[in-house]
Write a protein that binds this ligand. Structure first.
Ligand code: NDP
Length: 327
């Protein structure tokens, strides 16, 4: 059996392009874990992903029941698991009111963080049991991060900034009765997305600290560059969608094409030299870039103060375990 990688949100953007790069390499069988089966199949065909190199499986991260069902279906398929990529995300920057997952969590944190949190925890044993002949040399769990959640960067300092506060909103269930924001504040869709990305990176670091030594799984996160044309910005105002790509190309120089971003994510999944666990990878696009320190190739980036707060990470872990029903 070929090594298998699961990619969530593989129906568009970064996930689709990473799935394509991995499938085209011939080394991997790709499970495209998507909420829209037909869209995923159509996207795979459009990019010319070889028939038989991928399987589309239904996963709606905005429902914990769907996550559990996906895991069951995957286990029933009898496939080995060598890599898991938590990539899917929603971004609702113009929403005036919060919306909620099937389990009543604010949608961005519920999907981007809690859905993935449950998924990763339920598949950890399978990753641990990955056979040795894996092109990456070690089983991998990659959680896609972002500098928008990193307040030590220029982009991360554009308001509203990510800030989980003392997690009081999460303590009361993020269900909008007390608050739909992790810090307990007023709903702000852009901030909720950034907060969810901080959760993604804190989770990766917790996974590394808790399980790397005992499982041999390499846990990592990455910022693939600003992929200004993906569906992520579909909910933004029209003018933003028109101006954002040239702004990223010519002003910040952080722009990266979907195909290049996909190759970067595929590299973090399967390049044997990127086997360090607990790391947040990024790439330098341009020496004059405002977004990175200047270094070539994939580089180990610094995380923000909040993301490096392991006490906060541990608290997030405990609260998330309760919310997804693992404790
Ligand atoms: P896209 O919107 O193109 O892709 C998001 C994917 O997530 C889609 O496949 C979407 O499915 C899927 N998705 C959304 N909600 C759910 C759900 N409830 N269940 C299952 N799948 C779901 O955005 P990107 O490719 O840009 O984003 C991918 C990742 O990259 C995200 O983690 C994002 O935070 C990160 N990122 C993006 C950057 C950028 O500049 N674009 C920069 C840094 C990080 P569907 O097709 O059905 O809508």
């Amino acid at each position: 059996q070929k090594p298998t990688v699961i990619v969530t949100g593989a129906s568009s953007g970064l996930g689709l392009n990473a799935a394509n790069a991995l499938a085209q390499s011939g080394d991997w069988h790709v499970i495209m874990a998507c909420r829209d089966f037909a869209k995923a199949e159509k996207s795979a065909q459009k990019l010319g992903m070889p028939k038989g190199s991928y399987t589309v499986m239904h996963l709606d991260l905005a429902s914990l029941e769907s996550v559990r069902q996906f895991v069951q279906n995957f286990k029933n398929s009898g496939r080995r698991l060598d890599a898991l990529v938590a990539n899917a995300a929603v971004y609702l920057p113009t929403a005036k009111e919060p919306t909620f997952t099937a389990d009543g969590f604010e949608l961005s944190v519920g999907t981007n963080h809690l859905g993935h949190f449950l998924l990763v925890n339920l598949l950890l044993e399978d990753l641990k049991d990955s056979p040795k002949n894996n092109p990456a040399g070690s089983p991998r769990c990659i959680i896609v991060g972002s500098i928008t959640g990193n307040t030590n960067t220029l982009a991360g300092n554009i308001p509203p900034k990510a800030d989980l506060g003392d997690l009081r909103g999460l303590t009361t269930g993020l269900d909008g009765r007390n608050s739909s924001m992790i810090d307990g504040g007023e709903f702000d869709g852009a901030k909720a997305y950034k907060d969810s990305k901080v959760c993604n990176m804190l989770t990766m670091r917790q996974l590394h600290q808790r399980y790397h030594d005992s499982t041999g799984v390499t846990f990592a996160s990455l910022y693939p560059g600003c992929i200004a044309e993906t569906g992520l910005f579909r909910n933004h105002v029209g003018l933003f969608r028109t101006l954002f790509p040239p702004f990223q190309k010519f002003v910040t120089k952080g722009y990266v094409s979907e195909a290049e971003a996909g190759r970067r994510l595929a590299q973090v999944v399967s390049d044997p030299t990127l086997n360090k666990s607990g790391v947040y990878w990024s790439w330098d696009n341009d020496k004059s870039s405002l977004w990175f320190d200047s270094v070539d190739g994939a580089l180990e980036n610094r995380v923000s103060e909040e993301v490096s707060d392991d006490k906060k990470g541990a608290k997030l872990w405990d609260l998330s375990m309760k919310l997804v029903g693992l404790e």
